[in-house]
Design a protein around this ligand. Structure first.
Ligand code: CUA
Length: 335
């Protein structure tokens, strides 16, 4: 083997090691990470992933070990003394049997852990609808919609019907469970137990158009008591504005056509194409968590939705600055 071939081999080995280290570091830091599971289904997935990583790591380091051994011992041996192994039946059997065993073990582990994910289905509690590019969470029996931010109770099985209003999306809360495709005209389903309170980012895991990357939601796990309080709050119609700007804002929103897409329960706005705004002020994000929900960001969004999120379905509506500020004041009061 030439000096250059050796150098190349070492470079490849080094690159692979760096790539693996980087992947591990990123997996540990980036939120949401599947490795920090907080749901019953995600727990099984991460345990299975650890088994698979472990087995593959043994394979990887065994192969690297043999490679290094051969490279090191091979350079000391004169070229004409290399042993000929062609047609060695024992070796051929061994290197066929080992992969067969590995694949069988991986298969059995996958079946076992996939089976463990399934728990008794408590019956659908709400429907998650994927839209370009936001999430609608419809609590039909309870009479409200909670776009882009949904609450569930800790320790209680949550059961979700999953569908799409336009193209194929994919529902995914990495720390809760696996991905489920959202398919137009077809209802899919997921159920699992959220195991720890917290706010978990959900995202779309299927390319669904230009703003696929800005299609996020918040999956909030709270104690059962807090969940009941959240439901009671969401069921209420929109509160009446109190500040003078907010009162003016309510007039503006009723007169400039927002109601053709948006609904605010308790007002004349009854649109269904865009997110329900009844409790807009209580949510943490704007435009499917493209922006944090602050008055400054909301003003930016109202002034130029096409600049913030190009090709989103919300058109730029030219309004005087004063009216824009009144809209912000009204919407932020809708807690
Ligand atoms: Cu919706 Cu990607």
């Amino acid at each position: 083997m030439t000096q250059r071939t050796h150098a190349r081999l070492w470079a490849v080995a080094l690159l692979a090691a760096v790539a693996i280290a980087a992947a591990l570091v990123l997996a540990g830091c980036e939120s949401p990470s599947i490795l920090r599971s907080q749901g019953s289904a995600a727990d099984e997935i991460v345990t299975l992933a650890m088994w698979v990583f472990g087995i593959l790591a043994v394979v990887l380091f065994t192969v690297w070990g043999i490679l290094v051994y051969v490279v090191v011992t091979g350079r000391r041996r004169p070229p004409d003394k290399a042993s000929q192994t062609e047609g060695n039946l024992r070796i051929e059997i061994v290197w066929t049997a080992i992969p067969a065993v590995i694949v069988t073990v991986l298969f059995v582990l996958t079946v076992v852990y996939t089976e463990r994910i399934s728990i008794p289905d408590p019956g659908s509690q709400f429907t998650a609808v994927g839209r370009q590019w936001w999430w609608d969470f419809e609590f039909k029996e309870l009479g409200f919609k909670a776009p882009n931010e949904v609450y569930v109770a800790e320790g209680r099985p949550v059961s979700i019907d999953i569908m799409s209003a336009d193209v194929i999306h994919s529902f995914w809360v990495p720390q809760m469970g696996g991905k489920v495709d959202m398919i137009p005209g077809h209802v899919n389903h997921i159920h699992f137990v959220p195991l720890a309170t917290g706010s978990y980012l959900g995202e779309c895991a299927e390319f669904c158009g230009v703003q696929h990357g800005r299609m996020r939601f918040l999956f909030v796990v709270v104690p059962p008591k807090e969940y009941s309080a959240w439901v009671a709050d969401q069921q209420k119609p929109a509160r009446e504005p109190s500040g003078s700007d907010a009162i003016a804002g309510k007039q503006v929103i009723g007169s400039v056509g927002c109601g053709s897409c948006h609904a605010i329960r308790g007002t004349e706005l009854k649109g269904t194409f865009g997110p329900d705004l009844t409790h807009f002020g209580s949510r943490g994000g704007i435009a499917a968590y493209t922006l944090k929900n602050t008055p400054a960001n909301l003003l930016k969004w109202i002034q130029d939705p096409q600049g913030v999120k190009p090709e989103c379905k919300m058109p730029n509506v030219p309004l005087p600055l004063q009216q824009q500020q009144q809209l912000v004041a009204y919407l932020e009061e809708l807690k």
